[in-house]
Write a protein that binds this ligand. Structure first.
Ligand code: CMP
Length: 143
């Protein structure tokens, strides 16, 4: 079954949006298999955002994501990677449609509340970067 790495960024945690975001994924029918509130080290931030290393906003991005805790999650379900991207909305909150997480709560490109893996390759890389194997649970949903 497909898995995606989803993270509520520092702005989302500070604005008390963790519960709202978890609810949206639960209500959609996805299964939470990993979650933790954590302060991100500079090393982890730089590794996670490695593909943006040459961009002018890289320093700002690393500073922001390490500035206060994030809520990191692994969600499981059919097509969870693409569906989560739809639920999050466009990266720039100004372009994100109402009803999406960034459309409803995002402020700026940098403070856009949430991150989600953009492909199966990134999901695999990000889940193993952020979670140890024993921090991700295997279980069957009974309801
Ligand atoms: P995210 O999905 O976490 O992946 C990369 C992040 O870089 C993106 O969300 C934005 O928050 C951030 N980002 C992208 N473009 C810009 C930009 N022009 N200025 C500042 N931040 C940006």
């Amino acid at each position: 079954m497909e898995r995606s790495f989803i993270m509520v960024k520092p702005d989302g945690v500070q604005r008390n949006l963790v519960g709202e975001i978890v609810s949206r994924f639960e209500n959609k029918g996805f299964k939470l298999v990993g979650a933790k509130l954590m302060t991100v080290s500079k090393e982890l931030a730089e590794e996670h955002y490695g593909e943006h290393k040459e961009r002018p906003f890289f320093g700002e991005l690393v500073d922001f994501i390490t500035s206060s805790p994030v809520f990191a999650m692994v969600w499981e379900g059919e097509n969870v990677i693409a569906t989560a991207r739809q639920m999050m909305g466009k990266t720039n909150p100004a372009d994100a449609l109402p009803g999406t997480i960034r459309g409803d709560f995002g402020v700026t490109m940098g403070k856009n509340v949430i991150h989600g893996s953009d492909s199966p390759e990134s999901a695999g890389r990000e889940i193993s970067l952020w979670f140890k194997e024993d921090e991700v649970s295997e279980y069957n949903k009974q309801v």
